[in-house]
Structure formats: C-alpha cells, structure tokens
Design a binder for this molecule. Structure first.
Ligand SMILES: CC(=O)SCCNC(=O)CCNC(=O)[C@H](O)C(C)(C)COP(=O)(O)OP(=O)(O)OC[C@H]1O[C@@H](n2cnc3c(N)ncnc32)[C@H](O)[C@@H]1OP(=O)(O)O
Ligand SMILES: O=C([O-])CC(=O)C(=O)O
Length: 481
C-alpha cells in the first residue's frame, strides 16, 4: 500500500519540512547543547531519536521555570472551583495540546486546519494519519511521510495480541459492554509491561521514559487488534478475524479487522476521527485519569485502563453512543422527514424530562467544537453522506439546538461538542452498533494520554496529590478570607 506515492504526500512533505524547521529553530535557541544537535539533522530520524533530541531542552526549560519562578502566582482558587469539579483551575502540566474556549484545540500550537494541511495522510488518502498525530504529540514536530511510514510499520509489526489475551477476551460474556471489555483487556496487557519489569529490576529515574515509551508504543500497536476482537466477539461471532497486514497503517488495519477494509470512505473517516480525538489537553476526565494513575508509577497499561473507565461515562466519551441512541429515538418518534419545529419540540421534551441533550455543552469550550466542524466538513466532501437521513438529522439538530439550550438557560455552552457528529457517519457506513462507538474513541485517546505518560516520566513529574478540604474547613477558610 505504501508503495503508491501520491501527490498530496509530496505537498505535505514540503509543509512538513517547513514546520519541522520552524519548530527546530525555536528549540535551537533554547540551549547550546540543543542547537548543536539540531544543526545536524539526520533523515529519517526515528521517533526515539527525535525524542532523545527534544527531551533535554524541555527538561531544562522546566527546571529553569521551577527554579526561577517556582513561587509566582498564576491564578487563584475560588470556592466555586473547589465545589465545581475544579472547572477553570490551572492545576496540571500538559504539553502536547492546549484548549482555548473559543478557538478549540491546538496540538503543539497547530489548529485542526493546520494539522490537516501539514500532517501526512495515507498514500492516496487525504485525512490525517493517527501515526502522524502521535508523532506530533510526542515530539512537537511534524513528521515527514517517511517517518510516518516507519512508525506505521513499527506499529503493524507489534500489532498482534498475545495468545493469553485473545483467550481472555474470548471468555468475556457477549453482554459485557465493549468499553468494560476494552478496559479489562488493556489492564491485562500489563502482563508484558517493560516498565514494570525494569522497575522491579531497579532502574534509574532517567531511564523511566524509555521503558514507558516502549509500553506506550506496544499498547497503541495492539489496540486495533484488541478493539476489533471485541467487536467481532460481541456483534459478529464466528466471523474469522484477518491477521495484521504489515503494509497497512494503524487505521487501515483496524478497518480491515473490523470488516470494513474495502470501504475506503469509512477508513478515511476513521483516520480523521482517531487523529482528532487523540488529545484534548490534560483536564478532560480520561486524560486526567491516565495522568493521575500514571503518577503513581503504575505502568501505562494500568494507567490507560483506568482512563478508559473514565471515558466510558455518559458525560464524557460515552456521549457519542448516547447521541446516536437519542437521534434514533427521535427518528423513531418523528419519522425520517422531520421539520425544525418538530426537532425543537423534541429537544424541549428531553430537557423537561431532566435529561441532558447528548453531544451539546462542554466543560471548557464556549463555541461549536472545531472537531465537530471538521467531521461535518468531511460529510460535505462525500456525496453519499450529503443525502444520509441520519447525518441530515444531526445537521438539522445543530440548526435549532443552540437556541433551545440558550432559552433553557442552564448550560454555559449551548453548542455541539465532537460527540454530536462522530457517530452518525459510522452509522451511515453500516457500523450501526452504537454501543461500540466509545471503543473507537478509546483507540484514539491513547495517542494523547500515553504521550503525556512518556513526558511525565521524562520530566520527572511527581505523584499527583492535591489537597482536599471538608465543608467545615472550606467555611473556615471563607471566614478567614
Ligand atoms: C468528548 C467529550 O467528553 S465532550 C462532552 C460529552 N458529553 C455530552 O455531550 C453530555 C451532555 N453535556 C453535558 O452533560 C455537559 O455539557 C458537560 C458534562 C459536557 C459539561 O458539564 P459542565 O461543565 O458542568 O456544564 P455547565 O457548567 O454548562 O453545566 C451547567 C448546567 O447546565 C446543564 N447542562 C450542560 N450541558 C447540558 C446539555 N447538553 N443538556 C442539558 N443540560 C445541560 C448541566 O447539567 C448543569 O445543570 P445543573 O446546574 O442542574 O447541574
Ligand atoms: O475536554 C473535555 O473535557 C472533553 C472532551 O471534549 C474530550 O476529552 O475530548
């Protein structure tokens, strides 16, 4: 597959070089050691070589910040922050992405449209390859197509599941939610954790990140086979599962294992979906959970298993399943040809029954989620999606829901988040088992959450342990203030 070099990749390569140079020159000015290193670029550098090069500069930057400004005040804590789920509190370090309430997510400074321009797609494809997003998240640099290709191959080579895990997954009852299966199986993969084995032997702190990286790459590599096995067992028992094709990218293999390998549109959609859901700064529930659990030096498998449990909550990742369930119930009640007024009424009915409108609102965003916009734009590029009843319903809902939610007056953000759009394209292409949708999100979120684990170990970040207060203590603090 990768033998077919395509024109978009060459265009991308030019952009990639531009961005790599821009990033490299910024870093070159940080320390003399670093500038010596970037002056001698060796192409194609591997992911590990690139990380070895960028980590010392970041370590130095953080050390300097702590030494020179450790006592600087960058915000204050209100009673509302403590009671209100720490919303708005700047309280954790996360380098790979930053979320602006209006503009949305930026990955190492690159917006979604920037990423769509510069991150290498699959040969012959247009959408961002999750491997190139992973490279950007981990290193802060845009990979060349050759580097992306190398990473794809490494992931494919490491993609098969150990036999004990296949047996474990095959023993789960079909009725067990796919997310529970995923979380349990990911935890069990720590059987082969390089970090855990090395820690037991007794390694230096400076060596933590390399073993963590090995576990993270192995886990990301195995997620497609694991997630596809869960799908097969729950929805298509007795269907044979193909083996990993070493010439395919991560999502090419995932799509193939799911049984959709011949659907290029769905495969491209999955590439975009998985690249875009990869990271959403550090405070979201799944990423934060991985960070918290990882800060105990639990290995990446345990940390990510915990993150998946957080993702499985309906206010977080499970919302993409809930959106589909809610839109299908609307379609069942109102029929497929509905008016905007009918949708408004249905929205009010949902709100009056005390339920949330799934796919709307956000803990940080105060504008339509740019990931939602990017997925909508994907739909506009495919004629078959323009006429899809379920996609039309999502778009019609977007036309009226913000005003209804504004009038309802509770949510701080009446606009759609990514979950409002993500499931309907899967549904259109025949992947209709919506209880499975959050598993796809789980394959994706590993990119960002595991990146952070590598960096937390490289930077020597400590055990996370915030101070809690009781209601009485909080009242005393208010009096003293
Ligand atoms: C990938 C992701 O995780 S994106 C988020 C996916 N989740 C969803 O789509 C579920 C629906 N949305 C929600 O429940 C919320 O908007 C959340 C959980 C995403 C954010 O929660 P918060 O930051 O607490 O939102 P906010 O401060 O606006 O909440 C204020 C009130 O509005 C309500 N509200 C928020 N969003 C909605 C909504 N979509 N429908 C109805 N009510 C809502 C809250 O429940 C809360 O009510 P309360 O005062 O009775 O407790
Ligand atoms: O940022 C959040 O809190 C939720 C979200 O959109 C994500 O994790 O992708």
């Amino acid at each position: 597959m990768f033998a077919r070099a395509a024109i978009p990749r060459q265009a991308c390569f030019r952009n990639a070089c531009h961005f790599t140079k821009r990033f490299a020159s910024t870093k070159a000015s940080s320390t003399p050691t670093q500038s010596r290193r970037v002056a001698l670029p060796r192409f194609p550098q591997t992911l590990r070589e690139t990380l070895q090069e960028v980590i010392p500069a970041k370590q130095e930057q953080l050390k300097k910040l702590k030494t020179e400004h450790g006592n600087a005040v960058v915000g204050d804590v209100k009673v509302d922050n403590i009671i209100g789920g720490m919303r708005g509190l700047k309280a954790m370090l996360w380098d790979a992405s930053v979320l602006d309430p209006i503009e949305g997510i930026r990955f190492h400074g690159l917006s979604i449209p920037d990423c769509q321009k510069v991150l290498p797609p699959a040969p012959g494809g247009k959408e961002i390859l999750p491997e190139s997003m992973l490279w950007l998240l981990l290193t802060g640099q845009v990979p060349t197509p050759e580097q992306t290709l190398g990473l794809s191959r490494e992931l494919a080579e490491k993609g098969e599941l150990p036999k004990f895990l296949e047996d474990l997954v095959d023993s789960f009852p079909q009725t067990l939610h796919p997310m529970t299966q995923l979380s349990m199986a990911v935890a069990a993969l720590n059987h082969d954790s390089s970090f855990q084995a090395a820690y037991e032997k007794g390694i230096k702190k400076t060596e933590y990140w390399t073993h963590t990286l090995e576990d993270c790459i192995n886990l990301i590599a195995r997620l497609p086979a694991l997630a596809a096995r869960i799908y097969r067992n729950v929805y298509k028992p007795d269907t044979p599962l193909p083996t990993i094709n070493k010439d395919l990218d991560l999502v090419g293999n995932y799509s193939n294992l799911l049984g959709y390998g011949d659907n290029e549109s769905l495969t491209e959609y999955l590439r975009l979906y998985i690249a875009l859901h990869g990271d959403h700064e550090g405070g979201n529930a799944s990423a934060h959970t991985a960070h918290l659990v990882g800060s105990t030096l639990a290995d990446p498998y345990l940390a990510y298993s915990a993150a998946l449990s957080a993702l499985a909550g309906p206010l977080h990742g499970l919302a993409n399943q809930e959106v589909l369930r809610w839109q299908m119930a609307m379609q069942k009640e109102l029929g497929s040809d509905v008016s905007l007024d009918q949708i408004k009424e249905y929205l009010w009915k949902t709100l009056k029954s005390g339920q949330v409108v799934p796919g709307y609102g956000h803990g940080v965003l105060r504008n339509p989620d740019p990931r939602f916009i990017a997925l909508q734009e994907f739909c506009e590029t495919r004629p078959e999606l323009r006429d899809s009843p379920i996609i039309k319903l999502v778009q019609q809902t977007f036309q009226v829901a913000p005003d209804v939610l504004k009038e309802h007056g509770k949510t701080k953000n009446p606009y759609p988040n990514v979950d409002a759009a993500s499931g309907c394209v899967l549904y259109h292409y025949g992947l209709t088992e919506f209880k499975y949708y959050t598993v796809i999100f789980g394959v994706s979120r590993a990119l960002g959450a595991l990146t952070q684990l590598v960096w937390a170990r490289a930077l020597g970040l400590p055990l996370e342990r915030p101070k809690s207060v009781s209601i009485d203590v909080l009242q005393q603090l208010v009096k003293q203030a």
